[in-house]
Structure formats: C-alpha cells, structure tokens
Design a binder for this molecule. Structure first.
Ligand SMILES: NC(=O)c1ccc[n+]([C@@H]2O[C@H](COP(=O)([O-])OP(=O)(O)OC[C@H]3O[C@@H](n4cnc5c(N)ncnc54)[C@H](O)[C@@H]3O)[C@@H](O)[C@H]2O)c1
Length: 321
C-alpha cells in the first residue's frame, strides 16, 4: 500500500503554475485539486454540478488557504460544450501548465448526447480528446513563454479495466452489440491509453501520461458497480491513496522527466498489455481510431450553433452517418 509523498516531493511548491482538473468536485479529482491548491498552484476545477462544485471550491479554499481556485461548469458528456469551453479558456487564459483529465463515468444504458454520440464514449473519450486537442496549443505556448526547465503536462485518469480490452475501431458508438456498460467503459479507458501514446509521439514538448488509480472508495464505484463495491468492502483504497499517482504526475518534477506517453500505477510506468495478451493494436487500427476522432471533432466544431440544439436521439444526425 502507498505510504504517502516522499520527502523531496513534500517540499514542492507550484505557486504561479496553473492546473485544470476535470471532475474536481468529488473523489480523485477533488483530492487532486486540494493537493495542488495546498502547494500554491492555481486550480481550474471543471465540474458538471454547480452546487457540488461551489461546495468543493469553498472547502478547498478553506483547507488550503489558497484563493486561486476557479470553477468552470461543463457537462463533459456534451462534446460541443466541451469544445466551446476549451476554446473560450484558450482565449481567456495565457497560461496552463497541467491538464488532468479525470472526469469519467460508467453508464449502464445506451444514451446519446446532443451531438448524437453515445454518452460513455462522449464523456470518457471524446471529451478527453477535444479538451486536450484544443488546449495543446496553450500548453505549448505556456512552455515557450517562460516556464524554462519545467514541462507542461497532460494526465489522464484511465483504469486497470482497460487491460482486458483491445482497441475496437468499427463500433465507437456501441451500436452493434448488446450495450454492456462495464465493457464500454473498459474500452473507453483503453482508448485513453492509445490516445496518450499518439499525443506523446506528436507533441514532444508536452509530457503525456495516463494512469490507473487502483480500486478506490468513491461515488463512481459505489453507484456504478454496487456488487463490486459490496464485495470489495474494506479493501478499496482511500481516495487519497487513489489520487496519489495523479498528484505525483501533476506536481513532481521527477514524474515529468519520465518518458512521455506511458501508463502509470503507483508512480511506476508499467506495460499497457498483460503478458501474452491479445490486446495489441495494429497501426492501421490506431490510425483509423485517430482519424475517426478527428473527423467527429471537426464535424462538431464546424456545425452551426442552431444545429447543436437538435434532439439527443436524432439518429439522422450528420455526425453518425
Ligand atoms: N474509483 C475507482 O476505483 C476507479 C478505478 C479506475 C479508474 N477510475 C477513474 O477515476 C476517475 C475519477 O473517478 P472517481 O473514482 O474519483 O469517482 P467520482 O464519481 O468521485 O468522480 C468522477 C467525477 O467525474 C465527474 N463527471 C462524470 N461525468 C461527468 C460529466 N458528464 N461532466 C462533468 N463531470 C463529470 C463527476 O461529477 C465526478 O466529479 C474516473 O475517470 C474513473 O473512471 C476510478
């Protein structure tokens, strides 16, 4: 079990550095936002529920004494809203040092967002893709502007469930088979791992990482996997233990000196496939996946605003035909 932060790390201060954490009002995201605030960083909390977000913000300010904590209300399942938020943020702020893609969900019913995308995919994959892609120029600019010797980073909270999934490229919207929310979630988490590798290759100035927090006592587990939660009672990690590697990746210089694009567990880079696994992807599949995300993102960006208010169940949606 983890034993907490190392001595060198406990001396880290990040005053003046700017961090964005999605899903920051509860669980791992909230602990991460708190840890950053306590080290003096500016925190941008991206949350869906305004009341929970304000309650978390007030708690973080009270406990950390840091008032540089800001709330942005965004429903990450709504791809166009994510893009609009990221665009506005990129224009409004001149600095972003670290992006933590933490918001995630496991849904047990297939539902579509206003863009016609399946909501688990939209939240876990498309939101991460659109937010990161839109903010990469800001992360790069921040590096050029003067954080010499300090790397800008993007961290994505994936899951160990991705180990049982091979990237599937022929049904990103989970239209063809019975909708199994656990498998769809695991597939999305594999997609995050693939994305991280591709971004690392394409953007050498930024440090990309993706990680598994372990199995953690959070609302996500108790509400989405009640049976698993019951079975694991007393054996789940505390939320602080679950957030440890995210916080380490976000704050520690040693973390940003590791090779970009890797998957971390307990502060260590580990292989993204189990021994003898069948989960390796061909380069054609990876290119197809990246191409599909790019096409979806471009289609959403180029749509006229009046079209985005169409019905969430509109199967004639141009994005999906
Ligand atoms: N708890 C675990 O055992 C575990 C294991 C592996 C991976 N994870 C991952 O850790 C991350 C954090 O989850 P957690 O365990 O802290 O649970 P949590 O439920 O406390 O946190 C999830 C956060 O994501 C936010 N979120 C979900 N959908 C959103 C949406 N549409 N728009 C905006 N925000 C949204 C929630 O509001 C919440 O703040 C998730 O990505 C999850 O998949 C958790």
């Amino acid at each position: 079990m983890l034993c907490g932060f190392s001595v060198a790390f406990s001396n880290t201060q990040v005053v003046g550095r700017s961090f964005m954490v999605t899903g920051a009002s509860s669980g791992i995201g909230r602990v991460t936002a708190m840890a950053i605030a306590k080290k003096g960083g500016t925190v941008h909390m991206v949350c869906r529920n305004p009341d929970k977000a304000e309650e978390a913000r007030a708690d973080i300010i009270r406990e950390s004494g840091n008032t540089e904590v800001h709330v942005h209300i965004v429903d990450m399942s709504e791809t166009r809203k994510v893009w609009e938020f990221a665009e506005a943020f990129r224009k409004q702020y001149s600095v972003l040092n670290v992006l933590v893609n933490n918001a995630g969900c496991m849904l047990h019913k297939r539902e579509l967002n206003a863009d016609g995308l399946e909501k688990s995919f939209a939240t876990n994959t498309m939101a991460v893709y659109v937010l990161t892609r839109t903010l990469i120029p800001l992360l790069q600019r921040t590096g050029i502007q003067g954080w010499y010797g300090q790397t800008q980073s993007s961290i994505t909270v994936s899951s160990g469930s991705m180990f049982v999934q091979k990237l599937k490229v022929d049904d990103l919207q989970s239209e063809n088979d019975y909708f199994d929310g656990v498998l769809v979630y695991a597939q999305n988490k594999r997609q995050q791992v693939v994305l991280t590798r591709q971004w690392a290759k394409a953007n050498p100035i930024i440090h990309f990482s993706v990680m598994h927090p372990g199995w953690v006592e959070t609302p996500a587990v108790s509400t989405s996997m009640p049976e698993f939660h019951k079975m694991m009672k007393g054996r789940l990690r505390t939320v602080e233990q679950g957030a440890d590697t995210v916080v380490w990746l976000a704050l520690c210089r040693a973390a940003s000196r590791t090779r970009s694009g890797q998957f971390f567990q307990d502060r260590k880079a580990v292989p993204v496939h189990l021994p003898l696994a069948w989960t390796h992807s061909s380069s054609e599949d990876i290119q197809s996946f990246m191409g599909q995300l790019e096409a979806l993102a471009n289609a959403i960006q180029s749509r006229r605003p009046d079209v985005s208010s169409s019905s969430s169940t509109d199967l004639s949606n141009p994005l999906l035909v």
